[in-house]
Design a protein around this ligand. Structure first.
Ligand SMILES: N[C@@H](CCC(=O)N[C@@H](CSS)C(=O)NCC(=O)O)C(=O)O
Ligand SMILES: [Fe+2]
Length: 299
C-alpha cells in the first residue's frame, strides 16, 4: 500500500460524498456506503478514511428462513442511545435466532412488523411479543388481522430518528403494504423498500387467493414502487432463486412480468399454475390472529 498523503485523503472525501439522489437530508456530511452495512474496512486507505468519518447510523441485516424461503429484515438506529430496532416479517421458526442476534447487538426491539398476512408460514410477531417485553406487532388495517398497531398508507413507523413509511400495495393480498425507509437524522443512507410479496426479484406475488387481484397488483407496483428513485434498494419477503436484493431501475428494465402492459401481465398471472402453499390452511388463520403465541420457551 503506497503511503497515504494529505491530497489522497481529500480526494477520497470528495469521491465519497453522497450522490445527489440520496434522500432524506440536505446535510453535506460524508458517509461511507460500505460502513452503512457494517463492512469492516481492511485496506489502509479505508482505515485512514474511517478515522475521519462518522459511525454508521443505520444497522441493517437480511436474515433467511429456508423452509419458506422467507427474508426477515432487522433495522436499527445506532445513533440513538437506546438503539431502537424493527424486525420486518419475522418467521416463527427463526424467532430464537433473531432475538438472540438482537440481544447480542445490544438493540432494543420495539416493533415486529408484517408486510401482509402470509400464506406460507406463521409470522413470528406473536411469539416475539411473548418472549420480549414491550415489543408491538404491526400490520396494515386493510389486512383485517390482529396486531397492536394497525397502519395505513402514508403512516410512519419511527425507530429513533429513522422511520418506515407505509405504502399501500394491494394485489397479492388485500392488505399488502411496502415499507420505505426514511431518515430525520443528519446522516443519509440509501433508500430501501421492503416490498413483501408485491414485488419479488424478477417476479411478483401470486394473485389467486386472499383477495388477490392482478389489476390491483399491477397498479400498486407501478404507482407505489416504480415511482421511487431508480437506485432504491428493493428487498422482497421471499426469493426462490438465490437473489437477495434488487433496485427499482433494475426491475423496471428486467422484471419479466411487470415490464409488460397490464393485459399481458394479467394473462401471465392467470397462467402461473402454482400449487397452493403447503402451510396455507395453518398459516392464514394463525396470521389473521396475530401469529401463534408460545410463551414457554424463552431465549
Ligand atoms: N411452494 C411454496 C409457496 C410458493 C408460493 O406460492 N409463493 C408465493 C409467496 S408466499 S404467499 C408467491 O406469491 N409466489 C409467486 C411466484 O411466482 O413464485 C410453499 O408451498 O410454501
Ligand atoms: Fe404472501
Amino acid at each position: 500500500m503506497p503511503q497515504l498523503r494529505f491530497h489522497h485523503l481529500l480526494l477520497l472525501l470528495r469521491h465519497s460524498r453522497r450522490p445527489p439522489s440520496f434522500p432524506f437530508s440536505s446535510s453535506t456530511k460524508t458517509t461511507p456506503l460500505l460502513s452503512l452495512f457494517g463492512s469492516t474496512p481492511r485496506s489502509g486507505t479505508m482505515a485512514a478514511y474511517n478515522n475521519v468519518a462518522e459511525a454508521p447510523r443505520l444497522l441493517f441485516r437480511q436474515l433467511f428462513e429456508k423452509d419458506s424461503s422467507t427474508y426477515t429484515y432487522l433495522l436499527a438506529d445506532l445513533g440513538h442511545p437506546d438503539k431502537p430496532a424493527v424486525l420486518v416479517d419475522p418467521v416463527d421458526k427463526t424467532v430464537n435466532r433473531d432475538l438472540t442476534l438482537i440481544k447480542e447487538l445490544g438493540l432494543k426491539l420495539i416493533y415486529a412488523v408484517s408486510t401482509h398476512v402470509h400464506a406460507d408460514h406463521v409470522t413470528g410477531t406473536g411469539m416475539i411479543k411473548g418472549k420480549m417485553q414491550g415489543v408491538k406487532s404491526v400490520i396494515s388495517k386493510a389486512s383485517n388481522a390482529k396486531a397492536d398497531l394497525l397502519v395505513g398508507h402514508d403512516d410512519k413507523i419511527y425507530f429513533g430518528n429513522l422511520f418506515l413509511e407505509v405504502r399501500a400495495t394491494p394485489g397479492h393480498t388485500v392488505g399488502c403494504v411496502t415499507y420505505v425507509t426514511g431518515d430525520e437524522s443528519d446522516q443519509p443512507h440509501p433508500r430501501m423498500a421492503f416490498t413483501g410479496d408485491a414485488l419479488l426479484i424478477r417476479g411478483c406475488g401470486r394473485t389467486d387467493f386472499q383477495g388477490g387481484s392482478s389489476h390491483q397488483l399491477y397498479q400498486s407496483v407501478h404507482s407505489q414502487i416504480f415511482t421511487l428513485p431508480d437506485d432504491t434498494l428493493l428487498y422482497p419477503a421471499h426469493d426462490y432463486k438465490g437473489f437477495t436484493v434488487t433496485t427499482v431501475g433494475e426491475e423496471m428494465l428486467y422484471n419479466p412480468r411487470l415490464t409488460k402492459d397490464e393485459e399481458t401481465f394479467k394473462s401471465i398471472m392467470e397462467n402461473l399454475n402454482l400449487a397452493y402453499p403447503k402451510m396455507m390452511d395453518v398459516a392464514v388463520p394463525a396470521n389473521l390472529a396475530g401469529g401463534l403465541q408460545d410463551l414457554k420457551t424463552k431465549v
